[in-house]
Design a protein around this ligand. Structure first.
Ligand code: UFG
Length: 327
């Protein structure tokens, strides 16, 4: 198939573009490079620099590629913390950009859509691990913006017959030898820890150790970016057969911030000093996914089920790219 990947210069989008190409698909990447990196786009993909806010650019894109079979939509503002400071980047821009994309897609006759969604839909889970039946309580304007887009998709299915899958990831992590996690500024735990191991930062600050967890630090479910990419490809291939779907994506086991630091010490051989700071606003204590639905329906099986192997892949990329991408 020929797949349009928005945000294909970003961390998860570029990894998925590479896996799509390896699986024999054609890929068109559309990215404004506001957060992504040109070097992250796989050379075999067609790259178009453009903005989803620009409806004329979208019309041009679909006119130039009338044979697009499906869309994977990653382009987005993605930070929980930032969304609490600048809510309209999320509640307006993420929504409008997705609406523009969907409008152009249905006008061009595209009927397959895979959404990069989030575990931030589940701020008040009744049970752990969190499955797809959990009540939706967005934890931030970021989570709310993804919920808006899930609702857009619901109506686009009813009205235009679009088929979609919402991929709600827990903590995307890990790298490949060619592509890695590089945000500016970096806010994510694993790359920050690895910056300490590289000597670029003195210590890691743990955001609170008074949570109701065994060691007092927050527990998250870390899932490798290549496993996420594979889940997207499986979901795309099953859309025509199964219809629209929602999948929670994680490994099903949680690791505390202290456990992640300890695993990184083992992988890197560096002592990785830490200090404890105040809680970060908006962080829930525990988020662990049940991914039974996608395992059963699509046979998804993560290749990297444990935190040490995930960190080892990230360490390999960060060691060979100490400054990250240069463009
Ligand atoms: N943390 C620290 N110190 C740091 C950075 C993070 O203690 O310097 C802690 C956080 O408090 C959290 C954990 O490490 O408990 C993971 O934090 P990240 O910032 O790496 O990731 P988040 O869990 O905040 O968010 C990520 C994605 C979101 C997504 C969410 C879903 O960035 O887009 O996972 O679980 F919504």
């Amino acid at each position: 198939m020929k797949i349009l990947v928005t945000g294909g210069a970003g961390y998860i989008g570029s990894a998925t573009a590479a896996e799509l190409l390896d699986a024999g698909h054609q890929v068109v990447v559309f990215d404004n490079l506001s957060q992504g990196h040109r070097e992250a786009v796989p050379p075999a993909a067609t790259f178009i620099q453009g903005d989803l806010a620009d409806r004329a650019a979208l019309a041009q894109l679909f006119a130039a590629h009338p044979d697009i079979d499906g869309i994977m939509h990653f382009a987005s503002y993605t930070l929980v913390g930032e969304s609490m400071q600048q809510p309209l980047l999320y509640l307006r821009d993420n929504l409008v950009n997705a609406a523009n994309l969907l409008e152009a897609a249905v006008a061009a006759g595209v009927r397959r859509f895979i959404l990069s969604s989030t575990a931030n839909l589940f701020d008040d889970p009744a049970k752990m691990p969190i499955d797809e039946h959990e009540r939706i309580v967005p934890g931030s304007p970021y989570g709310e913006s993804k919920f808006f887009i899930e609702r857009l998709l619901h109506w686009f299915e009813r009205i235009y017959g679009l088929r979609y899958a919402c991929m709600r990831y827990f903590n995307a992590s890990g790298d490949t030898p060619e592509r890695g996690e590089h945000h500016d500024p970096e806010t994510h735990l694993i790359p920050l820890i690895l910056q300490v191991a590289l000597g670029q930062r003195e210590q890691i600050t743990i955001f609170g150790n008074d949570y109701p967890t065994p060691d007092g630090t927050c527990i998250r479910d870390y899932v490798h970016v290549v496993d996420l990419a594979q889940a997207h490809i499986l979901a795309l291939q099953a859309l025509d057969r199964l219809g629209s779907r929602k999948y929670n994506l994680g490994n099903g086991s949680g690791f505390s911030v202290l456990e992640v630091i300890e695993a990184a010490r083992k992988v890197t051989g560096h002592p990785i000093p830490h200090v404890v700071g105040p809680r970060r606003a908006g962080d829930p204590a525990i988020l662990v996914a049940s991914s039974e639905t996608i395992r059963q329906e699509l046979g998804w099986q993560p290749r990297y089920p444990d935190i040490e192997s995930i960190i080892a892949t990230a360490w390999e990329w960060h060691r060979s790219h100490p400054q990250g991408y240069t463009h």
